[in-house]
Design a protein around this ligand. Sequence first.
Ligand SMILES: Nc1ncnc2c1ncn2[C@@H]1O[C@H](COP(=O)(O)OP(=O)(O)OP(=O)(O)O)[C@@H](O)[C@H]1O
Length: 601
Amino acid sequence: MEARRKQMGDACGAADRGAPESDRMMSFGVMRRLVAMIAKPSLCARRDTACAFGLELTNVALGASAPVLLKLSVDALTNGTAPFDRLILFICGFVIAWTGTNATTALKAVFTLRIIDKLARRIVLDATRSQLPALARRRGGDSARLLGIMERLTFSLQIVIDGLLWRAAPLAAQTFVSLAVVAALVPPRYVGIMTIVLAAYFLAARQGAAQFQEAARNANATAAAQSQTVGDILRNARRVVFNGNLHAELDLIGEQIAARRSANERVSRLIAGTASLQSAVLVAGMSILLVLGASDVSAGRLTIGDFALLQAYAFRLASPLGSFAYIIRQAGVSLVNIAEALDLRGDKDGKPSPSPPCPTSPAGRAEIELDSVSFRYGDDWVLRGASARIAPGAFVVLVGPNGSGKSTLAQIMAGLVEPLEGAVSINGLPMHEIDPDARCRLVLYTPQAIGLFNRTLSENALYPPTLTSEAELTRLLAEWRFYESGRPIDLELPIGEHGARLSGGQMQKLELARLAGIRAPIVILDETTSALDQASEERAVRTMRQQFRGCTTLILITHRIATAREADLVLFLENGRLEAGAHESLTGECPAYRRFCGMES
Ligand SMILES: Nc1ncnc2c1ncn2[C@@H]1O[C@H](COP(=O)(O)OP(=O)(O)OP(=O)(O)O)[C@@H](O)[C@H]1O
């Protein structure tokens, strides 16, 4: 448990340290990438953007004209000279401009949400497409982190696009227009005061933001660590409960929540400090502005309408600037989240390279050659100079003690792991020259942990690229005694998370029925028969060999010597050395194999 805590701590630390760009560059970089994505025709968001932009322009125009209409109404009322119908026009115009922004804001939200949905869909699909292969190879892939980022993505986009991109630009436009109108209608010193107040406000924001980004990244990392821990514990509910570790795991979750809360509190404290400073700037600035305005009205230098105009602009700007602090708080965390999601997309803009050649068609026969293949993890050599030739359509059994490197060798043969020395060739073509997509059509590798979907029995057993039909599936499962009682097989049965409603043997029978319908040149089963009894394994292997009709090479990793006796070729691995031959010849020539088979002590 201590080691787990350290691991989680390291995960947070790594996230903290892993900031390649400076914070401000990161924020601009993320917004620039989002804007570039929105502008791309392939996202189909240009029309929504144009509508949202048009509505926002209307919003700015309405917001800027309301104080002017108020001033005109007040001046007309106080002068008493304007015609009544013009007065009504000013008053109605003011009311419409002041309240009309609600409708345009609501309408704009409709288009904004559409853009956000399209962006989120694109980022999630790209990130999943880019990350799934890494997850499949279990190298650098972290599904919990990926899931956490995806789950927070829509909310993060909403904050950044709706709150920051959409609100910052209109606010800037509104501020600019307001200053211009004030400059045109009242003495210049009022523009001077408003400019100084706004500059002080943004200096305070900038000061706060410098510390804030780092705190936001830390808050994000603690959130990711928490969802990783909770997800891991939920996925391993049986392991936790059956070992009586419920309370210990709850403590761990509690610690993660506490770490998250303290990171969030730091963010809130920084925001509160910045917001208070900003409020003080606004209070002081607006007070000076309005007191000066009131004294100018008393002295006859300003009309009451001018004063109303100043007051309306002051409040019109102060209110969104006040709520901007909240948006900046959320946006900091959200920008980090979006940056992580965008990085997961990989090199999306790279041009696809032309497909290298494939040595056979998916239905063709393939000869595999291992030429002095060596591999190590860290300093531990798992394979040293392994050589063998496997004829097309052969039935091969790969055996060896636990940890001898069978799965590693199988993954090297499937092109999932690159050998450090030597080469694997298929029909004479080196594996590294074969396109990774073509490799999985050539060699289908089934890992030790099968990994079933929480879907129905038939959806799992007929998962592509199998050609097994429903009728064939029912026949095979009945023949392999899927239910010992012989009860009918319900293909629509939901099998639960990780096949929780099935026995270990049933899960493997389901997968084997699927694999029997595969028409790839090479199929590698990594202990896919380990949970079957001897008779079931024999039946399943016999059926598969019949189905493969000598075209598909079947390589089975197993610990059963009886199965090795039936093989055309046995590959025996021990201490990094590979011996290849028929069972009889290996028992005659290889003492280590004889010992492994229990023929000598
Ligand atoms: N990704 C990895 N990183 C580091 N070491 C690894 C990795 N995968 C496997 N190993 C190590 O390589 C050795 C061979 O592992 P491998 O899974 O290939 O053996 P195996 O013969 O299939 O074992 P078993 O019969 O128990 O399934 C083991 O010592 C294992 O700990």
